[in-house]
Design a protein around this ligand. Structure first.
Ligand SMILES: [Zn+2]
Length: 129
């Protein structure tokens, strides 16, 4: 991945955010999202179309890495390859909410920070704790 379009090593943000670019940035401790050029809605999940106004071609933006746990749930029935359950939650970052893995004992209302990224049988996700 040296001249890949998703490379973020140049300091610039990827023109078009996709899951690979998001994951690459997460590995560097940067959480990327998108801001609609029409209505300004911010999404923490790469989308081609704005969820609010359906405008296309949102711009890539850097999201805050501190937030508050909005909701959380334990995954007890896990994909193959897991020994234990894990917890996921929605972290409210202010402008946007992001689906994340929760570490430590973070519960609803807990202030959390991005601590890394996990890639396993359940997929890749930012980790907040
Ligand atoms: Zn919009």
């Amino acid at each position: 991945m040296t001249d890949d379009a998703t490379d973020t090593d140049e300091g610039g943000l990827p023109e078009r955010l996709d899951y690979d670019a998001r994951l690459a940035a997460l590995a560097d401790g940067v959480l990327l999202g998108q801001r609609c050029r029409e209505c300004g809605a911010v999404s923490a999940t790469p989308r081609r179309v704005c969820m609010e106004c359906h405008a296309e071609d949102p711009e890539t933006v850097e999201l805050p890495t501190d937030g508050v746990v909005h909701s959380e749930t334990s995954i007890e029935v896990t994909p193959e390859g897991f020994d234990d359950g894990y917890r996921v939650g929605i972290v409210d970052l202010g402008e946007a909410r992001v689906l994340a893995r929760l570490g430590g004992d973070a519960g609803i209302g807990t202030e959390v920070s991005l601590s890394g990224v996990v890639s396993d049988a359940a997929g890749s996700a930012p980790v907040f704790e």
